[in-house]
Design a protein around this ligand. Structure first.
Ligand SMILES: *Cc1c(COP(=O)(O)O)cnc(C)c1O
Length: 446
């Protein structure tokens, strides 16, 4: 029998939060591969760090969500939230599954068109739509979700100028019991602003009001809040039919479903506490079906789910650069992926796991990124096994927002890889190179 390796004993005080009812794990979870492809192989081919997306997980998650809604409501349409992850390869998978596009800028609008989405299948949200953006949206017959009165007036002017009609919805904000309330987008329900906007739109010759939209927030952990929101939009729909004898075609419940990530400071892991797609679907469909809307006029239910559909499909592979002890004796490790490419680390205690068997001696550890910045902390306190320089780690559930909100800083941004359904790997976004910079920088001659 092989002699066991000597490991020096450690005395550890537990300060990494209060252990929850599951206690501290006795066995360290490891992630050796992604969809059957070994982590060392991925790092050898694509470098470290590298983002890796699983097409299998994307399609499975999408179909789980679709099934949850379609078994409860007759007309459901998802629209992929571009800002959550607008890598063309990722968007194309959602479009292939039947998803429309939900965009919040002219840039995203053009990206969706280039991804082959027909203009009439684009929902155009957000407070920043220039006259040029509105013209593009009108010309492409998109659904324009009006955010504020100034946009409404600009849109009326633009339709007159082009002598064309626009298909519109309004974004409605409301009290659903979730605080702080997101009241900065759209028109308020409770104070009558939304009703006022509806009346102005119904008066405008060239605007065709076809939808009502809301997006109550993000990472909403209470499914019943969606039930409240759906009741309020249903009420507006009924009021419109009473006054104008006009039936709204769709109710758009926005995004905001929680992913299985764990929020900082949470007592229980997100995988235990976040509502399932079934719970969200139950709350929303109950409200609409039981409202006063006659069943022959039931609207199409749009969902702009972002985070909950893509977080689980994204991984960040990273390597250990150094082991250190802080002046207080605390173990720290430095890895080669920083907060500049992990924006969601400010909200979540991201799961970080070794990629091979490790010693079972865990110690409270701080995980730092490689940036020369004090804020570059991936995990403040995590019970983590001893690892060596060069060991490869996997950070899970990083598919949402990180590769759109990331920022180039100090060094190149990494490759992004997709593992397709056949287990083949593809680079879907190349890492930066010196040319990336030199192509857009200009240095005036002196
Ligand atoms: C960001 C956004 C979404 C997606 O939100 P998630 O929280 O990622 O599901 C949907 N609709 C609108 C209007 C958004 O701004």
């Amino acid at each position: 029998m092989e002699k066991l390796k000597y490991e020096k004993p450690v005395i550890s005080k537990i300060t990494a939060g209060v252990p929850n009812k599951f206690g501290l794990p006795t066995k360290q979870k490891i992630i050796t591969d992604i969809d059957g492809i070994a982590v060392p192989e991925l790092i050898e081919n694509y470098g470290s760090p590298a983002f890796v997306f699983s097409e299998k997980t994307i399609r499975k998650t999408y179909n789980d969500a679709k099934r949850a809604f379609e078994t409860r409501y007759p007309k459901v349409q998802f629209a992929w939230s571009y800002k959550t992850n607008y890598l063309n390869a990722v968007c194309s998978i959602f479009h292939d599954e039947g998803s429309w596009a939900e965009v919040v800028s002219g840039f995203e609008f053009e990206k969706a068109l280039l991804n082959g989405v027909s203009g009439s299948n684009i929902l155009f949200n957000g407070p920043d739509k220039s006259e040029k953006d509105l013209e593009m949206a009108i010309d492409n017959n998109a659904c324009i979700h009006i955010d504020h009165f100034d946009e409404l007036y600009l849109l009326i002017e633009t339709t007159r100028k082009l002598n064309k009609k626009a298909r519109v919805a309004i974004r409605v904000n409301m009290d659903t019991g979730i605080y702080p309330m997101w009241d900065r987008f759209g028109f308020n329900y409770e104070n009558g602003e939304a009703w006022n906007a509806i009346n102005r739109i119904m008066l405008a010759q060239d605007l065709d009001l076809i939808g009502l939209h809301t997006h109550i927030g993000t990472y909403i952990m209470t499914a019943s809040a969606y039930g409240v929101a759906a009741v309020k939009l249903s009420n507006l729909m009924v009021a419109i039919s009473r006054k104008f004898n006009h039936w709204i075609k769709y109710i758009d419940m926005g995004g905001g479903f929680a992913s299985k990530n764990t929020l900082k400071g949470a007592y229980m892991p997100g995988s235990e506490t976040c509502p399932s797609f079934d719970e969200y679907a139950e709350a929303i469909s109950n409200s609409i079906i039981s409202s006063e809307i006659p069943h022959e006029h039931l609207p199409v239910l749009f969902l702009e789910t972002g985070r909950a559909l893509i977080d689980d499909a994204g991984y960040l592979l990273t390597s250990v650069l150094a082991n250190k002890r802080s002046t207080t004796g605390r173990r720290t490790i430095v890895i080669d992926a920083g907060v500049n490419m992990l924006f969601t680390t400010f909200w979540y205690n991201l799961g970080v796991f070794p990629s091979k068997e490790v010693s079972s001696h865990a110690e409270e550890t701080t995980i730092y990124g490689p940036l020369c910045m004090n804020i570059d902390v991936i995990r403040e306190a995590i019970n983590f096994p001893q690892v060596n320089v060069g060991d490869q780690l996997v950070i899970e559930r990083v598919g949402a927002y990180n590769v759109t909100q990331w920022m180039q800083f100090i060094t190149y941004r990494p490759n992004i890889v997709l593992i397709d359904l056949d287990g083949k790997t593809h680079i879907i976004r190349k890492s930066d190179t010196m040319e990336t910079f030199n192509n857009s920088e200009l240095n005036p001659k002196r």
